[in-house]
Write a protein that binds this ligand. Structure first.
Ligand code: SF4
Length: 111
């Protein structure tokens, strides 16, 4: 059996440690620290060492969901993107309204 070694960056904090994902048949089987990376220098914290395990967690979300009342419904990625954009616009409008009420300085916007 031949493992593939995929160099990547740890997703858990801003330190940016690098490691190799040891992949066999499309499944990640281990994390191997990158000895030549200038930050991690062959070391990883416990989060980095276990960085691949969340991928195999049976409770991991694999499809986009949108809240409808108390429930979540499965949607396509494009539907999720549109809903996400609308949520962000609403958030910015609320923030601008708050700034107006507080007489805080703000830049012009076209929302
Ligand atoms: S291995 Fe630990 S210190 Fe390094 S980036 Fe990941 S979480 Fe941060």
């Amino acid at each position: 059996m031949k493992f593939d070694m995929v160099l990547t960056t740890c997703p858990f904090c801003g330190t940016g440690c690098n490691f190799y994902l040891k992949v066999l048949g499309g499944e990640i089987t281990d994390v191997v620290p990158c000895k030549t990376h200038p930050v991690s220098e062959g070391e990883l914290c416990v989060l980095g060492r276990n960085a691949y395990k969340f991928i195999q967690n049976k409770n991991r979300l694999t499809k986009p969901l949108i809240r409808k009342g108390d429930d979540f419904i499965e949607v396509s990625w494009s539907e999720w993107q549109m809903a996400s954009l609308e949520s962000k616009k609403t958030l910015v409008r609320m923030l601008l309204q708050y700034c107006r009420v507080q007489n805080a300085p703000m830049k012009k916007t076209t929302l």
